[in-house]
Write a protein that binds this ligand. Sequence first.
Ligand code: DGL
Length: 268
Amino acid sequence: MTYCDTIGVMDSGVGGLTVLKELLKVLPSVKYVYLGDTANLPYGCKSKEEILFFNRNILNFFLTLGVKDIAIACNTTSALTYEDLKEEFTPKGLRIFPLIHSAAYNAVQGLDDNDCICVLSTTATAKSGKYAQEIKKVNPTLKVVEIPCPGFVEIVENRLYESKDSYNLVKEKMQIVLDNNAKRVILGCTHYPYLVDLLSEFAPKEIFFNPACSLAKSVAAVIRNTNAKGDIDFYVTKAPDEFKKSAKLFFDIQDDVKCVKMPEFSLK
Ligand code: DGL
């Protein structure tokens, strides 16, 4: 089967569904192919070389399907490998939409000079400094505190919302937000919108910014709705049933939806 007029959405797991949800609001009549690289998650503690290897496999897979427009629904990929992917795959006909680059401008709207903005993200994204870099381009006076949150992705993927350890981990990270008197908190990993209820036990819900909305708008600015029915094919590299269970808590995914287990991309 080949897919035309289709948007490919990629992440390490269920996180990218927070982006797909926003895409469906602005582009409901498009066909989507979602790929969760569940065999290799979490990406956030891996090296750039490893992530690039996984990303290349994913984009080559989209190419074999004939999918040409790709939303990178993963901050870690956007932070570490977007520039490399763009250089390699644009000549092959892919159009790639990254997350962080489209979010920075919207994330700082309404903030005053010298305000503090915190970014919760994976370790790899925090280390890259990409959010600070993009935000400073918009307003160099802002104080940007990037907070690595290893363990958050596992809470979401394994549905550990009720556990005491999850509560304590979220509390520890939110204490840094409170200590910095942050006026805004970017959910700098696409898994984190699943944690908003837990996060907002420590700060008002309005403070949190979800970059997915910005990415969806930037895609909708150049892609039109087609006559497609907005249906979605799911592909994962491991454990499709687990993927569906975790996805269900946030995304309206039916039991009988097509979720194909494809071969793993393994470095070994
Ligand atoms: N959801 C991805 C992100 O936005 C990756 C999380 C992970 O696999 O560590 O960074």
